[in-house]
Write a protein that binds this ligand. Structure first.
Ligand code: GLC
Ligand code: CA
Length: 564
């Protein structure tokens, strides 16, 4: 008894490093709630519209909590629903401590939160910390005069030789500097000019922004997804970025963002923000565009004292399912030493259904990808609509584009409207999303690709997701087991074991368009068995499957359990 208790204390101490830490393990092994949770990203504009103005809202989301619960979702990440001029559809925040009237009220938020809590679900918010809206009172004050008390809250600099202070370009096109005629200085914006960067070197900014997180924690939110963390700091000397050859989609010179992204100071902020999060048993998820495992490691922190869940976007860079590539990436992330996070799509990336699809087997490939990332060791973050196989529906004419980068970069850059179309609930007009005019057109696929239809079809993508999530929640091996790669030289089939004490789950994914016959010897892994008990498969199979001849149709999935 005493030993068990001691082990628990040691493990818990490993996760939280402060005296005030209140993180609460959910099991004797010290796991935290977010390690056993399935996250689901909701883009509020597009999920469910309760008042028929064509824009989704908080009450709409509340009306779908039962759906999310039965799907197997444990935590909802809401992309920004704060007051905003909506230049970047909410990623330009003009008040960090309120809800935009188009989405509802704070009372609606509290109700949503309570209803989620009743169902055992948590809510995390998006924290847009790099920049505010140019309509935020802080910036209005800051730009009002050079002597404003808020002047130093943003990045103001003099021009150089009658031009911008340096050559930095905005990731959304054009120079990253905009001249304010009234005060004669330039302000810096990594994104749109309507999204001026906050000055994180100013302690007052840090205090104010940290207080924002406390304010939401007190309201009950369980954490934050930190927007654009890579861009919090800029080089003090404002050195020019190295210029590469060619032009980008916006016609600007290609540059490496050497002096305006990923500065080491980011980590000091994350460590401090983590201390506040730990006081509230909260999780911090980072929008971290890490290029490799060494960068990923840094975001966990040298002492696991930064982000619990830095997002690893490696899977989103694969556009054709490939055992060798996934094997390599999974092993790399596993070796980073932190808790892995898996993402296949989000509101900025072409939907996974189209990206991984080969146009002929998209349905099967969507089920295959779900079976991959929902059975790995780590926490998955789903994107709304992915579970029914929603596809991208990109605008075909420039005048229809809503996302400003799509108008600026047309036709090379069509913007992100295509992955943000309304959720497809049923086959009624506008897919049941609204009775008004939806802010973005509903994908024509809604007549067949919709929740109501797929709930009735046992073989639908939706039912594969539901079954996978149910398995995941019930299986200790899937939740906490090690990842053990199998048959590592097989060019067509990706297989692995999730091994936890005496039990293990075998996952076999045929990533080819041909049938495959595979065999396994699991004795070296401690399971000298000749057969597996089937848990889930998209191919016809019996309850028991022989491990010497496992037959898989093109893109088929087999998941079974083996014991000693
Ligand atoms: C992040 C968001 C993206 C937004 C940008 C600026 O990348 O995911 O949607 O446009 O930050 O806030
Ligand atoms: Ca609405």
């Amino acid at each position: 008894m005493f030993r068990k208790f001691a082990a628990l204390v040691v493990l818990a101490a490993g996760v939280c490093s402060t005296v005030r830490c209140q993180t609460q393990p959910v099991d004797a092994e010290g796991h935290q709630w977010w390690q056993h949770a399935v996250f689901y990203e909701i883009y509020p504009r597009s999920f469910m519209d309760s008042n028929n103005d064509g824009i989704g809202d908080l009450n709409g989301i509340a009306s779908k909590l039962d759906y999310l619960k039965s799907l197997g979702v444990d935590a909802i990440w809401l992309t920004p629903c704060y007051p905003s001029p909506q230049v970047d559809f909410g990623y330009d925040v003009s008040d960090y401590e309120n809800i935009d009237p188009m989405y509802g009220t704070l009372a609606d938020f509290d109700r949503l939160q309570q209803e989620a809590k009743k169902r055992g679900m948590r809510i995390i918010m998006d924290f847009v910390m790099n920049h505010s809206s140019d309509q935020h009172p802080w910036f209005i004050d800051s730009r009002s005069s050079r002597t404003s008390a808020k002047r130093d809250w943003y990045m103001w600099h003099d021009g150089k030789d009658s031009a911008e202070p340096n050559n930095w370009v905005s990731t959304f096109g054009g120079s990253a500097w905009t001249l304010d005629f009234k005060t004669g200085q330039y302000f810096y914006h990594y994104f749109y000019p309507q999204q001026p960067d906050l000055n994180w070197r100013n302690p007052a900014v840090k205090d104010a922004m940290f207080d924002v997180t406390r304010w939401w924690y007190k309201r009950g939110v369980a954490g934050f997804r930190l927007d654009a963390v890579d861009t919090l700091f800029e080089d003090r000397q404002l050195r020019n970025n190295p210029v590469l050859s060619g032009l980008n989609k916006f016609g600007d010179p290609n540059e490496t963002d050497l002096y305006n992204t990923k500065l080491p100071e980011v980590h000091d902020v994350l460590r401090d923000l983590r201390k506040v999060a730990d006081e509230h048993n909260a999780v911090l998820i980072g929008e971290t565009w890490t290029k490799d495992v060494s960068e990923l490691k840094q975001y966990y922190g040298d002492h696991s004292d930064e982000l619990q869940m830095p997002m690893d976007f490696l899977f989103t860079k694969v556009d054709k399912v490939s055992p060798a590539e996934f094997r390599r990436q999974i092993a790399a992330v596993d070796s980073a030493g932190g808790w892995p996070v898996f993402v296949v799509s989000n509101h900025d990336i072409v939907r996974s259904y189209v990206r991984y699809g080969d146009a002929r087997n998209n349905q099967a490939i969507a089920k295959l990808m779900a079976s991959l990332y929902l059975t790995l060791r780590g926490t998955p973050i789903m994107y709304y609509g992915e579970e029914i196989g929603m596809q991208n529906t990109d605008p075909v004419r420039k005048e229809d584009v809503k996302d400003p980068i799509g108008r600026l970069g047309w036709p090379l850059e069509k913007g992100r409207d295509g992955e943000r179309t309304p959720m497809q609930w049923d086959d009624s007009p506008n897919a049941g999303f609204t009775r008004g005019t939806p802010w973005l057109p509903v994908s024509p696929s809604y007549r067949t690709v919709n929740v109501s239809n797929e709930l009735n079809d046992p073989a639908s993508i939706l039912n594969v997701y539901r079954n996978l999530l149910q398995l995941r929640h019930q299986s200790r091996a899937l939740l906490d087991g090690d990842y053990v790669a199998l048959n590592e030289n097989d060019p067509n089939v990706l297989s692995y074991l999730r091994r936890y004490k005496d039990e293990a789950v075998l996952v076999v994914l045929n990533m080819s368009s041909n049938p495959q016959d595979v065999s396994f010897d699991l004795a070296p892994q401690g399971f000298p068995t000749k057969s597996a008990r089937t848990l889930l498969t998209t191919a016809p199979a019996s309850k028991e499957s022989s491990l010497s001849h496992l037959l898989l149709q093109p893109f088929a999935v087999y998941i079974g359990t083996v014991s000693k």
